[in-house]
Design a protein around this ligand. Structure first.
Ligand SMILES: C[S@@+](CC[C@H](N)C(=O)[O-])C[C@H]1O[C@@H](n2cnc3c(N)ncnc32)[C@H](O)[C@@H]1O
Length: 171
């Protein structure tokens, strides 16, 4: 099965801590295999790995990557999420057959990204957030299949219409 990874561009460790953490956790929850971040951020790596350790699954994080090199060397398709791109529903059928790298920005992304992408994809043409754009895009791409996938983690949440039911298999 084709694998999905996310490349986060423009991460500023001092300002984007929460947003990039949530981008990574959203990528994981919605079925990506890993996230690559352009600035080195050991604390971000630690936080994301801690979630993976507890809740399971096969998800990697690498920070301090050179985005240009990653994009040039990626063996698969590249979807850059931008409010200026083609409609998500038209893009998804073009992106099903190969490994996929999904690029999201923080502030304005370098113009070169638009050229290096296989497709520039919009999730609506209004400005909003990389986390929202990633979640909707991934959900459309996977037809919702990742949401309740078993991850084999130590911590397991049992869906409950009231209250919290969590099984910790280490206890
Ligand atoms: C806060 S926005 C940056 C907007 C910035 N002013 C620009 O012109 O690129 C951060 C990221 O969210 C994503 N994003 C925001 N709105 C989007 C939309 N409507 N469709 C797809 N991606 C979007 C893009 O990946 C963007 O780089």
């Amino acid at each position: 099965m084709a694998e999905i990874r996310v490349l986060r561009i423009g991460h500023r460790p001092d300002r984007d801590k929460r947003v990039t953490t949530h981008t990574a956790l959203t990528a994981r929850a919605l079925g990506a295999k890993g996230v690559l971040v352009d600035s080195k951020d050991p604390k971000l790596e630690e936080n994301v790995r801690s979630v993976v350790d507890r809740f399971g699954g096969d998800f990697s994080i690498e920070t301090g990557v050179q985005w240009r090199k990653v994009l040039r060397e990626f063996d698969g398709k590249i979807a850059h999420l931008t409010m200026y791109g083609m409609r998500v529903d038209e893009a998804v059928p073009l992106l099903q057959d190969e490994d996929l790298l999904v690029v999201v920005g923080a502030e304005k992304v370098p113009a070169e990204i638009y050229q290096l992408a296989t497709v520039n994809v919009s999730v609506g043409n209004q400005p909003h957030s990389e986390i929202a754009a990633l979640a909707i895009f991934m959900d459309r791409l996977t037809a919702g299949q990742a949401l309740y996938q078993e991850r084999g983690g130590r911590m397991k949440v049992i869906p409950n219409d009231r209250g919290k039911t969590v099984i910790d298999s280490s206890k």
